[in-house]
Write a new protein. Sequence first.
Length: 193
Amino acid sequence: MKYIVGLGNPGKEYENTRHNVGRIILEEVRKSFDGEEFVYSKIHNAQISEVKIGKEKVILLMSETFMNKSGESIRKLVKSKKSAGDLVVIYDDLDLPIGKMKISHNKSSGGHKGLESIIKQIKTLEFARIRIGISPKRKILGDGKVEKHIMGNFKADDLKILNKLSKKVIEAIEVLATDGWEKSASLYSNTEV
């Protein structure tokens, strides 16, 4: 069993924000692999769907906690270091431009609060990450502007780029589920559309 988590915040007001790119991409993954609609699980306090990728059964999860408490939902699925090896987390990265993704494994949180929560709850760094770029073309300067950008909605042009990138993310996830994160990273890390 593999687990793919899309990080973001629950609620309509956050649906199309850059910080919710993990949830946005996860919904595209669900559709691409003909998964059932997401259903709320009280046990996990998360929206869950199941898909089949190749011969692999995969659980898709969107936590119903806010980003900085994401690990609370995941620790109920990932209960050991071994099972953490089957975890993939999709999330926003302000250090990457819009339209770019990176795949990594066994890395620090890089200051991302959602990832910090997961690492703290499952007590290991040994899981795969798919980082999705949300950085604008021009550098963000000034107090409060970074948070405003992260919590802001995607612009129409950015959504077109994100749609193209989501197709590459789905290809990367298919390789990851069937052949492992190393092969997926060798083929898709640093992909840019």
